[in-house]
Write a protein that binds this ligand. Structure first.
Ligand SMILES: Nc1ncnc2c1ncn2[C@@H]1O[C@H](COP(=O)(O)OP(=O)(O)O)[C@@H](O)[C@H]1O
Ligand SMILES: [Mg+2]
Length: 311
């Protein structure tokens, strides 16, 4: 299902800050004033190098952390501070996370059937045992596994199959928002495309929204409607996939795009990777504002910097 930009966003993140106090003298500002929104049926790709704050954003949104500052709205409900029982229930059933490492996130002592059915159990989402098994079998089939995998254990599966279990566990809840945090990075390259295609197909069928987190821009390009570029806890540029790739404006975005190998060997030979070093860039991410480039495309910087980049 295509994204519906006329509807209210399903998720709104406003000036999110997530700081970790490491010791008396030092606080890590993992996320430092990030804003974006995700619309119904939209796949929003969040991209940035390792340590840029991607996972922290995902974990703050699903409330594994208490945000330091800012506001997160999910389905019109403020999920930032103390939540009502109803809001908590909505959050726990309608927002699901797919983790990077399927082995670490699947309980080795539980069968696949138990793992996938756990959310249904906790939230009493089936009328009887038979109906529950029907739901499990249906989702297993949807992710390319079969009903007789139910009694097996995680170690009996390949990495790709385990990630399919992780996907099934999230999707059986019929979530409105799925947070997929580098959910293919741990898989063999040959399997990555299969799993991304699976997610894409299921998204088209269900119309759920996705926050697709990755450090690899090429996968994000393939799957996302819009992209947000994150660096050192700051959102530097956002726009549709076309806007970002046709006309990257921020030097960091340019360097990320220039790092993608090109399939055409002729062009690949001529590709120049542009390096980027924040310390030497003369930029200060704490100074500036979002500037409209065109359409839904925004870039962060001071007036002078942005004017220079747009020349
Ligand atoms: N619980 C924590 N305590 C202290 N620092 C953290 C914690 N979680 C993440 N960080 C730091 O915050 C920054 C962002 O981390 P993370 O969100 O995992 O980045 P990414 O997912 O983009 O690789 C990193 O510098 C990381 O070391
Ligand atoms: Mg991460």
């Amino acid at each position: 299902m295509a994204a519906n930009y006329n509807a209210e966003p399903i998720l709104k993140v406003e000036n999110l800050k997530q700081h970790f106090k490491v010791n008396r003298n030092f606080t890590v500002k993992a996320v430092d004033g990030v804003s974006f929104e995700i619309y119904p049926g939209e796949i929003y790709g969040l991209v940035g190098e390792s340590g840029s704050g991607k996972s922290t954003i995902g974990r703050s949104i699903i409330r594994l952390y208490e945000p330091t500052d800012g506001k997160i709205t999910f389905k019109g409900m403020d999920i930032t501070g103390k939540m009502s029982r109803e809001t908590k229930e909505t959050l726990r059933t309608k927002m699901m996370m797919i983790f990077q490492d399927p082995m670490a996130s699947l309980n080795p002592r539980k069968t696949i059937g138990d793992i996938i059915g756990e959310g249904l159990d906790i939230h009493h989402m089936y009328p009887n045992k038979i109906e529950k098994q029907v739901m499990i079998n249906r989702i297993l089939q949807k992710v390319g596994l079969s009903a007789d995998h139910c009694n097996r254990y995680p170690h009996q599966f390949s990495g790709g199959q385990r990630q399919r279990v992780g996907i099934a566990r999230a999707l059986i809840m019929n979530p409105d928002l799925v947070i997929a945090d580098e959910c293919i990075s741990a898989l063999d390259v040959s399997i990555q495309a299969q799993v991304v295609n699976l997610l894409k197909d299921i998204q088209e069928e269900t119309g759920s929204s996705y926050l697709f987190i990755a450090h690899d821009l090429s996968m994000v390009k393939y799957i996302s409607d819009r992209i947000g570029v994150l660096h050192l806890g700051h959102m530097l540029e956002t726009g549709t996939t076309e806007e970002i790739f046709a006309r990257p404006v921020h030097p960091y975005t340019k360097s990320l795009i220039s790092a993608i190998p090109l399939p055409n060997p002729e062009l690949e030979r001529k590709r120049v990777a542009v390096s980027y070093d924040y310390a030497k860039s003369g930029l200060d991410y704490n100074v500036g504002s979002n500037h409209l480039v065109e359409g839904t495309h925004y870039v962060f910087g001071t007036d002078e910097q942005v004017a220079e980049w747009l020349k």
